[in-house]
Design a protein around this ligand. Structure first.
Ligand SMILES: Cc1noc(C)c1-c1cc(NS(=O)(=O)c2ccccc2)cc(C(=O)O)c1
Length: 130
C-alpha cells in the first residue's frame, strides 16, 4: 500500500544518491561503466557476474532492490570482480586492486554512517511481506 511505496521510493533515492556520489569520485572511474569487452576480451570468461555503477543505477530505476542488503550484494561484485580479475603483482593489477579496496571501504563507511537501522528494518519487513 502507500506506506510501502513511500519506503521503497525513499530507498531508491538513498541508493541513487550513494551510487551517483561514487560515480563522481575520480578514483572509481574504471567502475562507472561495464568493463569494455573490446579492451578486455577474456573478461567474461573469468567474471561470471559483471557489475558497475551504471548497471546499479539501472537496477535501482527498475526497482530491483527492496533492501539495502540486496543493493550491497550487487555493489560488492564491483570490487570482488576487480580483485578476482586483477590478481597479479604487476603495477596495473595492484593499481586496480587498491581502487577496489578503497571502493569497498568507502561504500561500507557510507552505509554505516548514513543508513538508519530502523529504515533498513522496515525495508526488510516489506521484503518479508512479499
Ligand atoms: C574495472 C576493471 N576490472 O578489470 C579491469 C581490467 C578493469 C579495467 C578496465 C578498463 N578499461 S575499460 O575500457 O573496460 C573501461 C574504461 C573506463 C571505464 C570503464 C571501463 C580500465 C581500467 C582502469 O583501471 O583504467 C580497469
Amino acid at each position: 500500500e502507500q506506506q510501502e511505496e513511500d519506503v521503497l521510493r525513499e530507498l531508491r533515492l538513498f541508493l541513487r544518491n550513494v551510487t551517483e556520489r561514487l560515480s563522481l569520485d575520480r578514483r572509481f572511474k574504471a567502475f562507472t561503466k561495464p568493463v569494455d569487452i573490446e579492451e578486455v576480451p577474456d573478461y567474461m570468461l573469468v567474471i561470471r557476474k559483471p557489475m558497475d555503477f551504471s548497471t546499479l543505477l539501472t537496477n535501482i530505476d527498475e526497482q530491483k532492490y527492496v533492501t539495502v542488503g540486496e543493493f550491497m550484494s550487487d555493489a560488492e561484485l564491483i570490487w570482488q570482480n576487480a580483485l578476482e580479475y586483477n590478481p597479479d603483482s604487476d603495477p596495473m593489477d595492484r593499481h586496480i586492486r587498491h581502487r577496489a579496496c578503497a571502493l569497498k571501504d568507502t561504500v561500507r563507511a557510507i552505509i554505516r554512517d548514513e543508513l538508519d537501522e530502523d529504515f533498513e528494518r522496515v525495508c526488510e519487513e516489506v521484503k518479508e511481506s512479499r
